[in-house]
Design a protein. Structure first.
Length: 88
């Protein structure tokens, strides 16, 4: 489960970097807040969206098609909601 979670986070961060810029994401975005957002929202999505709907929508996509979906979704992320804390 840990490896799956890490891969999910890495994929989300890579999508954000591709859209918003590597430097901006690395310096300004909290990986903790991304993971927390997933943790807090996943149970609600499980209730609202049946597994079959996820499979029907995304299950047949190629890696290239899924990458396009990820980049499209990343464009809608407001990075101000995921601020990295400054030390001190």
């Amino acid at each position: 489960m840990g490896l799956l979670s890490y891969n999910l986070l890495a994929t989300v961060v890579a999508s954000l970097r591709a859209v918003h810029g590597e430097k901006k994401v690395d310096e300004e975005v909290s990986g903790y807040l991304i993971a927390n957002d997933v943790r807090m929202n996943a149970p609600g999505l499980d209730v609202l969206v049946e597994a079959e709907e996820w499979t029907a929508r995304y299950g047949g996509l190629s890696a290239e098609e899924m990458a396009i979906v990820m980049l499209t979704l990343a464009r809608h992320v407001d990075l101000r909601r995921l601020p990295r804390r400054r030390p001190g």
